[in-house]
Design a protein around this ligand. Structure first.
Ligand SMILES: Cc1cc2nc3c(=O)[nH]c(=O)nc-3n(C[C@H](O)[C@H](O)[C@H](O)COP(=O)(O)OP(=O)(O)OC[C@H]3O[C@@H](n4cnc5c(N)ncnc54)[C@H](O)[C@@H]3O)c2cc1C
Length: 455
């Protein structure tokens, strides 16, 4: 059996750890069943945002009338938009493969691995042993057992990327960030989109007023049904019919479309890895339990990224990889801190959020809440941005920023100032001390913080 100082399972954020291990001179093995580079590169952030960029431009043109511009789109080349995205992914994959080939001290096992014991992994019929093991095995689409679904066939965020022709109509089951991002894209392409969400609102972890604003905006371009639980999927002609139970009335409704896309959440890959063959514990959802140092319940086995199910975003996964590598290779005790971990949703309108929502903050803090609309600042008014808004949640006594939430243009860019402030323990007054360019959308941030009041 080959012995390694370090084994890394997963080439998403796991590549960061493998690189670090090689740089430290450790005998290192990287195991990945492919596609190389993990979810973000192949079926997550990168392809979805490559598709959403042209979708954003389309909606801007469609909405240009509010600025006094009459414009018509003469052609949307779905095939080439998809082909550009796939080409870019192929190129990135081959850069990663090249990098792996050149890393002479890295043994790459291209295959599906599983634990056979605490520190042993079988891959491609060979057993390997590692002194330190990093589980960075990610997650995959969760598909609930809906009657008839398997027989009919369905798309996921992964298979939708292989489409060559635009579906005329699409039913999306789920209303989280993947559902609304794909919904935005396909609707912009001209597909008739229907979103069916079981919960009472879209993007459940967000502030309710942001969910509501998103629903209102998206409803202009697609059909949105919340409180709608899909109970059965059937073939209907060349397409599908989805039977839905209305949660409030209990009545059944039927929706028809050319295809159905499942976007109800993500499930852990720990089952494939047979983590049960080790002392590594999982939580009730199947994600790997870790402490603040990203250690699992088994000494010298770490779990990072989506594998631990904490905050399933690439920037968080990458940060966890850096921390876990430091803790493992330098005997450090660096704790991960999610309190200023932001995320974005690239729907139209865009959403960005960091820290606690008002509801969560109230559980442990006395708070003040501030709100402002984009149209409250000069640039927002110039853009005729009448809907977008931002909301701050601040600790009453200290005015420490606990959370910040934005819906509207450039939200993911605007929030960074707040993230930076929160990372250094920022208070609302500190943001106001910095000069903000006038007129710029960044004026929204101090404006919100100047509007703090008892909720
Ligand atoms: C549609 C979509 C859009 C997203 N958009 C964003 C976004 O805009 N911004 C953002 O921050 N995040 C986004 N995410 C989330 C982001 O993609 C993930 O949080 C991130 O990729 C997780 O990285 P990871 O390294 O933990 O896991 P992954 O990147 O999933 O890597 C896991 C790797 O492990 C391999 N593997 C798993 N099991 C085994 C096994 N048994 N043997 C061998 N190899 C195995 C897999 O093949 C994979 O390569 C998106 C996700 C989706 C699905």
């Amino acid at each position: 059996m080959k012995n390694y100082d370090v084994i890394v399972i997963g080439s998403g954020c796991g590549s960061i750890i493998a690189d670090e291990a090689v740089a430290h001179g450790f005998k290192t093995a990287l195991v990945d069943r492919g596609p190389l580079g993990g979810t973000c590169l192949n079926v997550g952030c990168i392809p979805s945002k490559m598709l959403i960029y042209p979708a954003d431009r389309i909606v801007e043109i469609e909405e240009a009338e509010k600025l006094g511009i009459g414009a018509e789109i003469s052609n949307i080349d779905f095939k080439s938009i998809m082909a550009r995205m796939r080409k870019s992914i192929r190129e990135n994959q081959s850069h990663i493969r090249e990098g792996i080939k050149q890393a002479k001290k890295l043994a790459f096992y291209e295959g599906e691995g599983h634990f056979t014991g605490d520190y042993t992994i079988e891959v491609n019929g060979e057993e390997i042993k590692g002194d330190k093991i990093f589980i960075a095995s990610g997650a995959r689409p969760f598909v609930p057992p809906i009657k008839g679904l398997d027989g009919v066939g369905y798309l996921t965020n992964e298979t939708a990327l292989q489409l060559k022709a635009r579906p005329d109509s699409l039913i999306i089951i789920g209303g989280g960030y993947i559902a609304v991002e794909y919904g935005h894209f396909f609707a912009a392409m001209g597909t008739k989109v229907t979103i069916l969400e079981m919960a009472d609102r879209l993007v459940l972890p967000e502030e309710p007023e942001i969910s509501e604003l998103l629903r209102k905006a998206l409803s202009r371009r697609m059909a949105i049904h919340t409180g709608a639980q899909a109970s059965e999927v059937k073939k209907k002609g060349n397409g599908v019919a989805v039977l839905v139970k209305d949660k409030k009335t209990g009545k059944e409704k039927r929706f028809s479309g050319q295809s159905v896309l499942m976007a109800v959440g993500r499930r852990s890959n720990a089952d494939i890895l047979k983590v049960e063959n080790t002392g590594v514990e999982m939580d009730e959802r199947g994600f790997i339990k870790v402490n603040q140092y990203l250690e699992t319940s088994q000494k010298n086995i770490f779990a990072v990224g989506d594998a631990n199910g904490q905050q399933m975003f690439t920037h968080v996964a990458n940060r966890e990889a850096v921390i876990a590598a430091n803790n493992a290779f330098h005997d450090a005790r660096i704790a991960i801190d999610y309190s200023a971990a932001p995320h974005a949703i690239y729907s139209h309108p865009q959403i960005a959020s960091v820290g606690l929502t008002e509801e969560n903050a109230r559980k442990d803090h006395e708070i003040l809440v501030g709100r402002a609309k984009y149209s409250d600042v000069a640039k927002g008014e110039a853009m005729v941005e009448t809907e977008g808004l931002a909301k701050a949640v601040v600790e009453k006594e200290t005015e420490k920023i606990l959370g910040f939430h934005i819906v509207g243009p450039y939200a993911p860019v605007l929030i960074q100032e707040v993230v930076n402030a929160m990372t250094t323990g920022g208070h609302s007054g500190e943001i106001d001390q910095s000069l903000h360019i006038h007129p710029a959308l960044t004026e929204l941030i101090p404006t919100v913080l100047n509007n703090l009041e008892e909720p």
